[in-house]
Every structure is written in C-alpha cells, then in structure tokens.
Design a protein around this ligand. Structure first.
Ligand code: B16
Ligand code: MG
Length: 217
C-alpha cells in the first residue's frame, strides 16, 4: 500500500537544471575552459561541492580548498539570482496535478532534494503548501546515492520505507531510493533510469491510480 510519495526537486517538479547549467558554464569560462550541456548531465542530483569537483576535473584543474569554497560561492550567487525570478510557470507539466491528487487520496508528501536552495524554489513557485515534510541539502550529511535524504523524509512523515514511493530524475537518486527500501519512479528516459521500478517521461503521464497498480504488481 502506498502511504507516502517523496519527490526530488530539480528535474522532477521544476527544471532548475538550466539555471545550474548557466551558472556553472559562466564559472568554467571564467576559469578558461568550455562547459557543455553534456558535461552538465553529470552534475544532476549531485551536491554543490561534488559538482565543482567534477567541473574542475573536466577543466583539468587542481585547486586548494579555500579557493574551491570561493568558486562554489560564486556559482551559487549567480544561481540564486536566477531562481529569485522563478514563478509557478516553471513547475514541470503534470507535477502540480500529481501533488494535488496525492493530497486528495490521503497520501503524504515529502521533498527529498540535495539542494540547499530548495526553500527559495518551493516558495517562489508556490509549491510549499503541498508538502507535509521538506528534507533538503540543509538537513542531510550524506549525498545521494546514500539513502539518508529519503529515510529522513519517511521518518518525518512517520511512514515505513516499504509504503513509500520516490520520484527521481537522476541515477544516483534511484539508487538512493532502492537502498532506502522504497519503490522508485524514474522521471526521464528508460536508458539512464533502468534501475527504477517504473519510468515515465514526466509526471503528466502518471496518475495515482496507475501508480497504485504498478506498485501492487
Ligand atoms: P544547490 P535535486 C540538486 O537538486 C541538483 O540536481 C544538482 O544539480 C545540484 O548541484 C544540487 O541539487 C545542489 O544544489 O547548489 O542549490 O545546493 O535534483 O536533488 O533536487
Ligand atoms: Mg533531480
């Protein structure tokens, strides 16, 4: 039986990946190397510090820790400028409808995001009232694929992992869900998300009743 749904933020409810991309690209170019959309794929669902390490690896740079902190802050300041302008028009297709359906059907809802900026995004898009619990990068100590973020979500909702469904667009997020002992729905392409229990292109293609059927079989 499904008692709770746990949602990733970037790539599932909103497309903030495009803003992360512009901000990382600007940083890479200021450091003297190019950064492509394909490179950006590697940063999805990955924490800020880990993202910077991947970016520096792409550029072939090794830097001292304090310089890295400055660069991560510089990127984040740019990113925050972009998300400050977000509104409800940036909610991904089907997401709001699905959140409402969960509420109507008595399913509890939590956020499970790696982002330290999740509250700003939820508030600016008007999504905050749809959540019974919010777990983001300010609450976790281990990044996905560690299951911590989803286990904290289940705990906050007082629901056992076996009654939880996780919605994720990143491979590391699906692995985190599996390690948490939860059913997983991949949002995106079946090639990259083959470890998920089911995969849909977006939340628009899914209803709570069809999810219940997949969960039961
Ligand atoms: P921040 P999610 C993740 O969000 C993003 O996918 C990832 O690209 C980003 O680096 C990470 O949040 C940290 O974000 O710099 O705002 O703390 O997919 O877990 O909702
Ligand atoms: Mg994501």
């Amino acid at each position: 039986e499904i008692k709770a749904c746990l949602f990733d933020l970037d790539g599932v409810l909103v497309d903030t990946a495009k803003y992360h991309y512009i901000a990382w690209k600007e940083l890479a170019e200021s450091l003297g190397f190019p950064f492509t959309e394909r490179d950006n794929e590697r940063l999805k669902g990955v924490s800020r510090v880990a993202s910077l390490n991947i970016l520096l690896e792409i550029g072939g740079l090794t830097l001292p820790e304090e310089e890295k902190t400055q660069l991560a802050d510089r990127k984040n300041n740019r990113y925050v400028e972009y998300i400050a302008k977000m509104d409800s028009s940036e909610i991904l297709p089907g997401a709001l409808e699905f959140l409402k359906e969960c509420r109507e059907q008595g399913i509890k809802v939590a956020l499970g995001s790696a982002s330290k900026n999740a509250m700003t995004i939820l508030n600016n898009t008007g999504l905050t009232p749809y959540f019974d619990a919010i777990i983001d990068g300010t609450h976790t100590s281990a990044a996905k694929p560690d299951p911590e973020v989803f286990l904290l979500g289940a705990q906050a909702l007082e629901v056992l992992p076996e009654h939880c469904v996780v919605f994720e667009d990143a491979e590391a997020g699906i692995e985190a869900a599996t390690r948490a002992g939860m059913f997983s729905v991949g949002i995106g392409s079946p090639e990259t998300l083959n470890a998920a229990n089911i995969v849909v292109p977006s939340l628009q293609q899914l209803s709570v009743s069809s999810l219940r059927e997949s969960f039961a079989t």
